[in-house]
Design a binder for this molecule. Structure first.
Ligand SMILES: Cc1cc2nc3c(=O)[nH]c(=O)nc-3n(C[C@H](O)[C@H](O)[C@H](O)COP(=O)(O)O)c2cc1C
Length: 222
């Protein structure tokens, strides 16, 4: 890897949503997705997550993020759970085509006294510790996107929509004290557009500005 190849990879990553009316055939991508997840785990993190999140062996990692991976077959099954829900939006059409979807969560430091007011799956205290946990988990998600792009998937970081709900957390067995950072869709890289398959990209991408409009060199006098 050199800077040229990293620049190519960083630019190749882009939002692609594959929206299928009917379920596409599934392929077993678990092995490669597992590698993508492991690569993402090299993201930096500043503080270990609170022990409140490490009560189960499966979730004993000190990292302030958790990735819940849903393979293609499970995506199709999940689709049938969300398709009739109000405000399901485009999520069912993406679950019909994804090779995998990863519910990426970050782990808030919990207020003294346990889970606090976490009943809505969303609340957390606005502390530096939590900002750094979000930052670290976001770094892991970006690494996930880059690794998935390198592996040949199309990717989409979704806020999650209907997948943010308490009911869906329960269905996927995600502890409700975890906070959803994104539902990360990995789509096959070779899907072609048709009457029944739409491929959408992001409108904001074209609005990107050169680095000179969001970065600067700072002069410091002796
Ligand atoms: C935290 C986060 C949440 C996002 N959620 C959504 C979303 O819910 N819907 C959507 O269309 N795009 C979502 N995006 C994707 C952005 O819209 C997209 O990255 C941006 O428009 C730039 O396009 P590009 O990824 O193709 O470069 C999200 C991105 C981030 C970082």
């Amino acid at each position: 890897m050199n800077l040229d190849s990293f620049e190519q990879l960083a630019q190749r990553r882009k939002t692609v949503k594959v929206l299928a009316q009917d379920s596409l055939p599934t392929a077993d991508c678990r092995a490669v997705v597992q590698r993508v997840i492991a690569a993402a785990g090299w993201a930096p993190f500043h503080k270990i997550c609170s022990a409140d999140h490490r009560v189960e062996e499966q979730f004993s990692g000190i990292e302030p993020w958790r990735f819940h991976a849903i393979d293609a077959d499970a995506c199709r099954n999940l689709r049938s759970h969300v398709v009739h829900r109000e405000a399901a939006g485009k999520i069912p059409a993406m679950l019909a085509s994804a090779d995998a979807m990863i519910m990426a969560t970050w782990l808030p430091n919990l207020p003294a006294g346990g889970l606090g007011t976490a009943s809505d799956n969303e609340s957390f205290e606005p502390t530096l510790g939590n900002v750094e946990h979000i930052a670290a988990a976001s770094a892991a998600v970006q690494s996930l996107l880059l690794a998935a792009t390198a592996a040949g998937f199309e990717t989409y970081w979704s806020s999650g929509g209907v997948l943010r709900s308490r009911e869906l957390f329960d269905l996927l067995n995600i502890p409700t004290q975890q906070r959803l950072l994104g539902a990360i869709f990995l789509f096959p890289g070779n899907v072609t557009k048709s009457d029944k398959v739409e491929i959408a990209e992001s409108k904001l991408r074209a609005e990107r500005r050169p680095a000179s409009q969001w970065s600067r060199w700072v002069e410091v006098k002796q």
